[in-house]
Design a protein around this ligand. Structure first.
Ligand code: CDP
Length: 784
């Protein structure tokens, strides 16, 4: 790498993250750090029951408490037509319950007081009289004859079914199954888990009684879309709504939806005329905000006699909770689950999906996931390992045999996805080499002979990230483009504003690196700003690994636009024809006369002081980028485990992760993203579970019950990479943020299945806690 490149901080340089200085010094500006003059505090009363009719709410004692300004109920919200709000999937959701509560933790009333403690104390004095109803806590219960009707508020809703959705070709798939030499079946459950960001959700609503301007500071991953939803829900003019997402302490999809707390705080500020702050505590976050997964899946894979895949059939029942609030493009009711054919050349597939209401919190958020791709990847990778075990072929060899081959790209999958690029055998080979696979398999056999329970698991995932194209991908009708606005100041320093919003991914660094690469202004001279809807260009936000594929592309495009104007100014300054100039990062020079040149800084100054006649002054522009296709990152993850026969404890001895996210803008940040995601995948595979008892009480409402991995439990990760550029992204980049969370759970579980397979155990559902593994071992007759 040349020293000039080093100075610039261009693409491919692992420069340190600019934002970390303020975070590491404790100078971040998170929502709960903010104090506005005259600010009030809000506490929300939540339902203790999963399903109950509200007979009455008595707020007298709470209202009489010192410091209390208002107690808000659903009835009051209904007077302002705000008792219900739309969800991201086009359903309705109660803001404050008026008729029934439909999940434990649902918002029932809110207290606004001078201090947080006064608000919480008064909240405890609200008396609600409930008539408890039977709780429905699974799709099986939801569809059972005589099941309690959860959504009796919806006209015409006679049962708990929400949607039926299909993809692929049923007739062709059925025919292929008829001719199969072997059918491998897997029934599995991807349990409900939670994104659990370090910072919980919250807002400060500040509505001016003089101007009517509503400024709402909010922990949102998608501030622009939220502004539009707010305008439509409240009827406030959109220019009078300003959403500001300050620093965000992790989002992982949890901070995409509109939560009732935001709406109540805004309504309260509007009515009271003072700022109102609401910040959830940990339990509120875990029990009431957007969960992830909760898919019950069955998969059947048809094979010919040589182990070639012929067809795939998949069905899933989705547990959506009490309101259908999944964050996903409106065309795709089960998200992007129909990428379930994964990395394999499967001639035909048929996918069916049904969604059900249950008495659980709504959500279905894209937790480090492109709208349900995680569940799809888990199902196919589990099925593939099980198939290899059943036919007695090595897992890696079986995958190699069935991969879509590099020369088949662009490849149209059986469910209609056009994979733009890929080289799956290459990623597999890098992983196998790192593992020393042949030796490892021999070592596994030797250990097994000694009575050890050990195994290797592989997952070769294909991802689909970077929504849109806008014609196919939208959120509530808003097309999924994204944007970048670049303004170069006279001294050659720049301000880049974007429609995305970092939650810790390092956007302030990587997007500056893109400008550095494309316009030659050093990354250190480019300030990046996101999250303020009054200043940033409109965009759909950051989730589902779309920032680099979409806003990163917009940044490259706007930089190139400015470079073209810079060329014109340089031609004027150098008294040369535009076509006689050549660009080298940071300057234009006259072809053949390298000494006759103008730097981008000189050109920027001229843009304000010496433009040619007839040219607009200034050097700025905006680009709205609508991607022509998704990007398709992929990789192979491989895990080696040792299982303790006495305790059922699983120890991950090795974890090799080979990722291909195309061109890496900042390799160090990419590796950080991968470490984080592999840790989250580990947590999901072994520890994290939000479950419910028969009455619908949420188990997993705090970090004593909902176990997150720390550095102590997490395995050591051995990373590898391949680089297959995306053919349509201007920089050849693909997303990476979610890949490790999408790909790794199946690798961890497959390793345990491989370890237990000699004893006939081929299926255990996550999380693989010691008690479950112990029970499986004992069930198979294994003793210490
Ligand atoms: O949307 P989000 O920022 O969560 O995800 P992403 O774009 O997939 O990637 C997460 C971060 O990794 C980006 O913000 C970039 O900082 C970095 N990245 C990169 O440097 N090069 C890539 N090819 C992909 C991501």
């Amino acid at each position: 790498m040349s020293s000039t490149m080093h100075m610039h901080g261009g693409i491919g340089e692992s420069i340190k993250r600019k934002e970390d200085a303020r975070f590491l010094h404790g100078k971040g500006n998170y929502l709960d750090d903010m104090i506005l003059p005259g600010m009030l505090h809000m506490a929300i009363l939540r339902s203790p029951h999963a399903h109950a009719r509200i007979k009455s709410i008595d707020t007298a004692a709470a209202s009489a408490k010192p410091g209390v300004i208002a107690v808000v109920t659903g009835e009051l919200m209904a007077q302002h037509k705000l008792a219900w709000m739309p969800t991201l999937s086009g359903d309705t959701q109660a803001v404050l319950a008026t008729d029934k509560v439909r999940f434990q933790g649902q918002e029932v009333a809110a207290v606004i007081a001078e201090t947080k403690y006064q608000a919480e104390d008064a909240r405890d004095l609200i008396v609600v009289d409930y008539d408890v109803l039977p709780a429905v806590i699974s799709p099986d219960q939801a569809k059972a004859e005589g099941a309690a009707l959860i959504r009796d508020d919806k006209e015409g809703q006679k049962d708990n079914h929400i949607y039926h959705w299909e993809s692929g070709d049923q007739a062709k798939t059925q025919a292929a199954f008829k001719n199969a030499a072997k059918v491998v079946h897997l029934q599995t459950f991807y349990p409900r888990c939670h994104p659990a960001p370090l910072e919980t959700c919250g807002c400060i609503a500040d509505v001016s009684s003089v101007t009517g301007k509503a400024v709402i500071y909010m922990t949102s991953q998608a501030p622009h879309a939220i502004r539009t939803v707010f305008a439509l829900v409240t009827g406030l003019p959109e220019q009078n709504i300003r959403i500001v997402s300050p620093d965000i302490g992790g989002g992982f999809g949890n901070k995409v939806p509109v939560y009732p707390g935001y709406v109540v705080a805004t309504a309260a500020s509007l009515l009271i005329g003072r700022p109102v702050k609401w910040v959830e505590d940990r339990t509120e976050n875990l029990i009431s905000t957007g969960f992830a997964r909760d898919f019950h899946m069955t998969g059947d894979l048809a094979l010919d006699k040589d182990g070639k895949m012929l067809a795939l059939h998949v069905h899933l029942d989705s547990d959506n909770g009490a309101f259908f609030a999944d964050a996903q493009p409106s065309k795709f009711k089960a998200g992007l689950f129909h990428i379930v054919t994964g990395s394999y050349d499967i001639p035909t597939a048929h996918v069916t999906a049904d969604g059900y209401y249950t008495n659980k919190a709504p959500g279905g958020v894209a937790y480090r996931c492109s709208f349900r791709v995680t569940e799809a990847s888990y199902l196919i990778e589990r099925l593939v390992t099980n198939a290899a075990l059943e036919i007695g072929m090595d897992q890696a060899e079986f995958r190699m045999k069935n991969f879509i081959q590099p020369e088949q790209f662009p490849y149209t999958s059986a469910t209609g996805w056009v994979y733009d690029s890929g080289d799956y055998p290459k990623a597999m080979n890098v992983a196998l080499e790192k593992l020393g696979y042949d030796e490892l398999r021999k070592d596994v056999e030797a250990r097994r002979k000694k009575g050890e329970v050990t195994g290797v698991g592989i997952a070769s995932f294909t991802e689909v990230v970077g929504a849109g194209h806008g014609a196919d991908f939208d959120i509530l009708g808003l097309r999924m483009f994204d944007s970048a606005e670049l303004r170069v100041h006279p001294t050659g320093k720049a301000m880049l504003r974007m429609g995305t919003k970092s939650q810790g991914q390092g956007h302030e660094t990587t997007f500056a690196q893109i400008v550095a690469e494309e316009l030659g202004i050093p990354a250190s001279d480019v300030a990046v700003e996101e999250g303020d809807t009054d200043t940033a260009p409109y965009g759909l936000g950051t989730y589902a690994s779309r920032s680099t594929p979409v806003a990163g592309a917009a940044t490259a495009m706007v930089s190139r636009k400015l470079r073209e104007k810079a060329r014109k100014i340089a031609a004027h300054l150098l008294e040369a024809a535009e076509e006689d100039l050549e660009w080298e990062r940071g300057k234009f020079s006259v072809k053949g006369s390298p000494n006759r040149s103008k730097t981008i800084q000189e050109i920027a100054f001229a843009a304000y002081t010496n433009v040619p006649d007839g040219m607009e002054a200034g050097l700025e522009g905006v680009h709205y980028y609508d991607p022509p296709n998704m990007t398709y990152p992929f990789g192979t993850y491989a895990v080696v485990v040792d299982v303790d026969k006495g305790t059922g404890q699983v120890k991950v001895r090795r974890m090799v992760a080979v990722d291909d996210c195309g061109v890496r803008i900042n390799p160090m940040i990419v590796e950080g993203q991968i470490h984080g995601g592999l840790t989250e995948g580990y947590g999901i595979a072994f520890m994290e579970l939000i479950t419910f008892d028969a009455d619908g009480n949420c188990i997993g409402s705090n970090f004593m019950d909902y176990l997150l991995p720390t550095a102590w439990e997490s395995p050591l990760f051995e990373l590898g990479e391949t680089t297959t550029p995306s053919p349509h992204h201007p920089l050849g980049a693909k997303g990476v943020g979610e890949s490790p969370t999408v790909g790794s759970p199946a690798a961890y579980v497959n390793a345990v299945i491989d370890a237990l397979s000699p004893y006939g155990v081929t299926n255990i559902d996550m999380p693989l806690s010691p008690d479950k593994v112990w029970a499986a071992l004992r069930g198979a007759g294994v003793t210490e």
